[in-house]
Write a protein that binds this ligand. Structure first.
Ligand SMILES: [Zn+2]
Length: 826
């Protein structure tokens, strides 16, 4: 859409104001000069520490990770308290122990002292073991010997193996239940059962105070969450024995107003007997074993690169398994930072022609991107030596799985022939998977893993062969441990490693907590913006980057124009792309490819690249209503502020199908850093229109916005220093210096090597002599109506130096030319 006449008129008037800006006077260098790190350096900064510490106090053992603290009572072995912080602020605090209750027997009781031993106190894992005896306070039942063995992981998960051995016959007349109450910043719930993989998990908003949501299916994981925090309880023994169907197996309950705000209780039943039904009898000397666990988020500190993890996936096909150097360069020029190869073979064993692999890896690294190798949680290449060996011995049942009917193939690529393996990675499969990764890291400087199909499926029929605790079991606890072991290995070998999980809609905390990014969708659309943030914003709680799969052969998908509304309103960097969509002539395999897709992808990716999401603070539409709001129905805005440069990026989006007129009303501009008496330049990023304004005219500048259906307008704002020219847009600004005596503006700009784009300079209209790019004269123009200097540059592997020379005389020597919109689609 092109500017309406109102826009043109308004801008012409205001742009004239730019002409009066004087160049003489205060040198900008007098101010402290900001400097940015190029994105390639930020991507490679090591992850923040993910370490556990264990301290013993008089009555408790304290296990603490980067964001969470667990306390364990020495006397009983119970996890007595859980506390989780986010940026120093408490977001979850338990209001009692994580309690196991067996009818009248209580673990949290002075009647049954136990003995605690610290078996392991590692930085990755701590193991505590407690042995004791449970006593019935009314002395009606027998004594019950118990063992609790807690394994604390540095990812915020604790798995507690429980063994209960009654000394005499024990009649369970009501329940065996695992409970936790906590107060926290939580808004939604999710319940996963042992029989499905989590994409069909029941989910919703937490009930009003004093009400409960009850579940009757075989419970596996019950979690409460928000984009700020999450808490889950899980068990491998959910609904082991119900005296009749339809009894509650799990309950999430919101406390009444008397208990204060935000308190919720979670319960999972292992045994449940309805009143009057026969008891479940536990025989003397026969142990009952099961596992329960807790998982919390945030479970680590954020990495600044998070919202810059823009992933591209190379799937290829039989004819073109590896990308050419030119295609890799093109991908880099789209502003992606992660290059994932999707069908490259068993980790460490690249597919034929294998010598192509090093070329690709080197090229990806040369261009500054990180390389991710894809593997599956549920499949192995049929060609993998370990698979061949086990098959030859006739023992493949030891690893066998059942997803995709046991085998996954792709019609356009015969190398893609994979065999299903059990999600628990049993009988040495976990070690085989890890050995593959270790060999991969020995041979190649791979930066991380894209783990496909990371879902706790409940479809294994080989419970006995695989040592599963139940006939129907989702392998959730083993899948978590496999994911944790992978993360530990890769973090050791590559301190900046990136782990991406594909989990469709199944955001089950212990399954996904070991990943830096969660990709969702089979290309499907999202119900509404608030639903998107409520459910898919989950990734943020870890914290992890969310990623949206663009759809390959999927019929249903979110169009590329609309998807950036979701992306830019909620944090950025989420829309991933694939070769099948960006190179459709070479790979005619994707459904619904439209001509504008590459334009949208490139324009919005590069806008984020140039603004520097890694340096930015965000005010999302959803929690900034007191600061600003878009006024028309179905329109929304989010504000980003770069903390290094102090500038702003503001997407204003229209979620409706039809075109609308809206405004963006700032209620509290000072809170966003605007000052009423300062001067700013407002730039429409895609239409390439600039105007200057004073801080107190902010609302007027945003009062009349025309936005097409299902799209957005992207605005950039920078304070105008007043006395000096400055870089406005185009390329990631690394540094900028105005030398007043030499009348020279020097800007260092980072961009993907080979990218051609327009750079805009603002703030001084007189005396332009010459612009040099990389030391050579560059074709730059002056747009007198907007007071903008603009010209095309080609970015290089190292940041490009741009020098603009100004004369004292005030004569402009650049040719005049109007700045044109970035593409016909904007
Ligand atoms: Zn199995």
């Amino acid at each position: 859409m092109y500017p309406s006449p109102i826009w043109i008129r308004t801008w012409s008037v205001l742009a004239a104001g730019l002409l009066v800006i004087e160049m003489s006077g205060l040198a900008r260098a007098a101010l402290s000069a900001p400097v940015s790190r190029p994105i390639r350096a930020v991507l490679r900064e090591p992850l923040p520490p993910e370490e556990l510490s264990l301290t013993e106090e008089a009555a408790e053992v304290v296990v603490a990770g980067p964001t969470f603290t667990y306390r364990v009572q020495k006397a009983t072995g119970l996890v007595s308290a859980v506390r989780v912080v986010r940026e120093g602020r408490e977001v979850i605090a338990s209001s009692g122990p994580a309690e196991l209750q067996l009818d009248q027997y209580r673990f949290a009781s002075a009647f049954n002292p136990g003995k605690l031993v610290v078996e392991r106190a590692g930085k990755d894992q701590a193991v505590l073991r407690v042995e004791g005896t449970l006593r019935d306070p009314a002395q009606r039942g027998p004594e019950v010997d118990y063992t609790l063995r807690h394994t604390f992981f540095n990812d915020g998960v604790v798995v507690s193996a429980v063994k209960l051995t009654p000394r005499g016959e024990l009649r369970v007349e009501r329940e065996l239940v695992y409970r936790l109450s906590a107060r926290g910043q939580l808004s939604h719930y999710l319940h996963k059962t042992r029989g499905e993989n989590g994409s069909d998990a029941v989910r919703g908003s937490l009930p009003p105070a004093g009400q409960a949501v009850r579940f009757t299916a075989e419970t596996s994981c019950l979690q409460v969450f928000s984009p700020a925090a999450a808490l889950a309880i899980f068990t491998d023994g959910g609904a082991l024995h119900l005296s009749q169907p339809k009894l509650d197996t799990a309950v999430v309950e919101t406390a009444g107003p008397a208990d204060g705000p935000g308190r919720i209780s979670l319960a999972q039943y292992l045994i449940r007997i309805a009143p009057g039904d026969p008891p479940r009898v536990l025989k003397a000397g026969e142990p009952l074993t099961f596992r329960v666990g807790l998982s919390v988020a945030p479970n680590r500190r954020p990495h600044p690169r998070m919202h810059d993890l823009r992933m591209f996936t190379w799937i290829g096909d039989e004819k073109h398994p590896y990308p050419t150097d030119a295609e890799i360069s093109r991908v880099a020029q789209f502003g992606f930072t992660l290059f994932q190869m999707h069908r490259v073979g068993t980790p460490g064993l690249p597919r034929p022609p294998a010598d192509e692999f090093m070329r690709v890896l080197d090229k990806v690294h040369e261009l500054g991107l990180l390389f991710l190798w894809e593997e599956n949680a549920d499949l192995m290449y049929d060609s993998a030596p370990g698979v061949r060996e086990l098959k030859a011995k006739g023992q493949f049942a030891l690893w066998q799985g059942f997803n995709y009917g046991g085998r996954y193939t792709a019609e356009m690529d015969s190398y893609c022939d994979l065999i299903a393996t059990c999600l628990a990675s049993p009988n040495g499969l976990a070690e085989y998977r890890l050995a593959n990764l270790a060999r991969m890291m020995d041979r190649y400087a791979v930066d991380g893993i894209y783990l496909d199909d990371n879902l706790a499926y409940g479809n294994c029929t080989l419970a006995r062969e695989h040592g599963h605790p139940r006939e129907v079991y989702d392998c959730l606890i083993e899948l978590h441990e496999m994911n944790w072991r992978r993360r530990e290995l890769l973090r050791r070998r590559c301190p900046h490693t990136v782990l991406v999980s594909h989990s469709t809609r199944a955001f089950v905390l212990p399954v996904v907590c070991n990943f830096d990014a969660l990709i969702y969708g089979e290309g499907y659309s999202f119900g509404s913006l608030t639903d998107y943030w409520s459910y898919f914003g989950f990734a943020h709680c870890l914290p992890a980057q969310g990623m949206i799969w663009p759809g390959g052969q999927d019929i249903e998908r979110c169009p590329a124009s609309l998807v950036y509304n979701y992306d830019l309103l909620t944090g950025g960097g989420q829309y991933s792309q694939i070769d099948w969509r960006l190179f459709p002539h070479k790979f005619p395999h994707a459904k619904g490819v439209t001509p504008p897709e590459p334009f949208y992808t490139q324009a919005y990716n590069l806008a984020q690249y140039d603004f520097g999401m890694y340096e930015s603070r965000i005010w999302r539409f959803v929690d900034a209503a007191d600061l600003f709001a878009a006024t028309a129905p179905q329109t929304f805005a989010t504000v980003y502020r770069n903390q290094t440069w102090g500038d702003w990026l503001i997407p204003v989006a229209n979620m409706a199908n039809q075109d609308v007129k809206t405004a963006l009303a700032f209620h509290s501009p000072e809170a966003l850093g605007f000052e009423p008496h300062k001067d700013y330049v407002l730039f429409n990023v895609h239409r390439r229109l600039a105007r200057n304004l004073r801080g107190d005219a902010l609302n007027a500048a945003f009062s009349d916005l025309a936005i097409s259906g299902g799209s957005l307008q992207l605005f950039y704002l920078r304070e105008a220093p007043g006395q000096a020219p400055f870089h406005l847009w185009g390329g990631k600004r690394i540094s900028e210096r105005w030398d007043a005596s030499a009348r020279k503006l020097t800007v260092s700009l980072d961009g993907p090597a080979g990218r051609q784009d327009t750079v805009f300079l603002a703030g001084a209209n007189h005396g332009l002599q010459l612009v040099l790019a990389g030391g050579a004269p560059a074709r730059f123009f002056f747009d007198p109506a907007q007071g903008l200097v603009h010209g095309q540059v080609t970015f290089t592997a190292k940041p490009l130096t741009l020098e603009a020379h100004y004369s004292v005389s005030g004569t402009n020597r650049l040719p005049h030319k109007v700045a044109a919109p970035a593409s016909p689609y904007f």
